[in-house]
Design a protein around this ligand. Structure first.
Ligand code: DC
Length: 232
């Protein structure tokens, strides 16, 4: 017995860095047999390409002159997330600190957002048109990208827990990493704030004291209770 997805089912998962939303979103998609869209990866891929071109990201005019050039391809298989720029797999490089520390500058440019939001809506529409639902993850899914999403979740976690999760992912001296991660996190939170919003109809889940399984279970239960998916 599997789950039968209702046509057009969109699950929006938003939240700050370190809230655990990427892993949770992928796991929810796998559990419900849905596709998965990591919108942050698209902002990262564009930023990676701009850096590769040697473009000064503080020069907005220079950035805007080039944003339509790279061909950003993103896969929607939650078991095999794939992101490529002009045919080059960039799944690894887009997670580098170089990109992580620059991406919010690029994501803050309104024209960049208009371009990527349009692509994200296209991907979501193309997926739901086939009768398959999708879990979309980012900062503005429930408010801007998919305001009609059937389920909207805003994941949060305490500043300390988020920093712990991030530094655990990095392979270095734990104490030094923790301090650096906290500083970078505070900077990124501040820069991402204008682009991040919790929809009025979103459910806020504080993941600080929850395991990943518990977060996934809560979102899956919401999807069932809202008849987004039904048990086949
Ligand atoms: O979730 P993430 O760390 O991969 O996001 C990377 C950057 O992109 C981060 O600065 C926030 C930004 N972002 C955004 O502005 N809107 C989205 N929908 C997703 C990410």
């Amino acid at each position: 017995m599997g789950e039968v997805t209702r046509p057009g089912a969109v699950i929006a998962i938003d939240g700050p860095a370190g809230s655990g939303k990427s892993t949770a979103a992928r796991r929810v998609a796998i559990a419900l047999g849905l596709r998965y869209l990591d919108t942050g990866a698209m902002y990262r891929a564009l930023t990676w390409w701009l850096l590769e071109q040697g473009i000064d990201l503080a020069d907005t005019a220079a950035v805007l002159a080039r944003i339509a050039e790279p061909r950003i391809e993103i896969g929607t298989d939650p078991r095999q997330p794939r992101i490529a720029v002009n045919g080059t797999d960039v799944a690894g490089p887009i997670r580098d600190r170089r990109v992580s520390n620059s991406v919010s500058t690029v994501a803050a440019i309104p024209e960049v957002r208009a371009l990527l939001v349009a692509r994200q809506r296209e991907i979501i529409a193309a997926t739901t048109a086939t009768g398959t639902g999708i879990v979309a993850e980012g900062r503005d899914i429930g408010t801007v990208v998919a305001p009609d999403a059937a389920v909207k979740v805003y994941l949060t976690a305490s500043e300390e827990v988020r920093a712990q999760r991030r530094s655990a992912e990095l392979d270095a001296d734990p104490a030094a990493t923790m301090a650096a991660v906290r500083r970078e996190q505070a900077r990124r939170d501040e820069r991402d704030a204008p682009q991040s919003a919790m929809a009025a109809d979103a459910v806020d889940i504080d993941t600080s004291a929850l395991t990943l399984d518990e977060v996934v279970d809560q979102v899956v239960a919401m999807a069932w209770s809202r008849r987004t998916v039904s048990r086949g």
